[in-house]
Design a protein around this ligand. Sequence first.
Ligand SMILES: Cc1cc2nc3c(=O)[nH]c(=O)nc-3n(C[C@H](O)[C@H](O)[C@H](O)COP(=O)(O)OP(=O)(O)OC[C@H]3O[C@@H](n4cnc5c(N)ncnc54)[C@H](O)[C@@H]3O)c2cc1C
Length: 356
Amino acid sequence: MTTAQLFDAAIVGAGPGGSTAALGLARAGYKVVLIDKSSFPRHKVCGDAIPNNAMRLLQEHYPDLAIRIREDAACPIDGYQAFWKGRRIAQGSWSMQAINSARKSFDQVLLEAALEEPNCQLAAPHRIQTVRRQSDGNWQLTDNHGESFWARALILAQGANGDFRQQIGMPSMNKSQWGVAGSQYRTQSGSMPNRNLFFIPKSISLPGYFWIFPVGENRCNVGFGVISKQPVKLKSLYEEVCQKDPKIAQFLEGTQTETEFQGHKIPIPTKPIRNSAPGVLLIGDAAELVDPLYGHGIDKAIISGYWAAEALIQGFAKKDLKSFEKYEEQIQTRLWPEMRSSYRKMKWLSLLTRIA
Ligand SMILES: Cc1cc2nc3c(=O)[nH]c(=O)nc-3n(C[C@H](O)[C@H](O)[C@H](O)COP(=O)(O)OP(=O)(O)OC[C@H]3O[C@@H](n4cnc5c(N)ncnc54)[C@H](O)[C@@H]3O)c2cc1C
């Protein structure tokens, strides 16, 4: 690929947010480059539970893609059970068939859909280090080897790691409100029930939860996430919980570890922040769009990616990329009500966990 060409949009990060935005722009006829530091397919530390809101958006706007995900990359989930310190406190199912999907497959299917569009290219591996708006309004993105890309507009979709906010003239991310979560894959020789299990473990006094989510082929994603203002030794806490919580140990009996436990940070938003500036939009984790209670963000990455593409398509049509007020309003009015309610529940959970 020659990097000297001017793209309509450059997107940093080919996760669910970046690929959805690329798909929207490329299908509307705009030239897009998706830039990622990893080669694909790549693993992403996650719980692999695909929120139904993500599938709803894909089904409505890209039904072909929703079918491909369900057929090629999904483990159907019939329901859930939740346990509080060893006792079952809830169980149920959802009105729409839920799915889990290992991120290596899920992200790949989304990326391939975008790359099938002739206007969309992937540049990987390239770790973007600097983004700069030039005097003509175009963006120059430069990677750690000094290679540059140029584009009329920029979408920042690089996830929770890496913050380009200061480089685009915005305040940097609020680092005091972060969660940390990690997971590993386990296998079992027999089949597993298709339901997601949530646990508040016995011995832990930090707000958070432990999960066992089946991902198909007798594999499950087992993980643990907490919110803490102090540094946490997550792997040791995870191992302690696996061994000492009798309910969790019971469910894990007979499983073999397939991969190492890996941790990753999760932004925990407390209030809406601006996610756009002239010529640039932030989406997904880079925009701190994560449910503060569950730590889920795949749906918000896909939804904000779709809206960001719409915002740019309208901006290109009007030859005006100065501001994206509709995008800001969509985030505030359509994502924040649920996130605000989850934030309140997370505060209650935090209090209850400490008291119990
Ligand atoms: C342990 C854990 C469990 C989770 N479980 C769930 C769950 O079950 N369900 C759910 O909905 N959410 C879950 N989440 C949250 C979810 O993973 C994120 O919200 C989601 O991945 C956000 O998507 P994204 O597209 O914004 O970013 P990402 O998926 O993080 O993608 C960002 C991409 O940008 C690339 N990148 C990063 N920096 C650069 C750079 N400088 N240059 C170029 N490329 C770069 C990365 O390689 C990556 O491919 C979990 C998170 C964690 C940590």
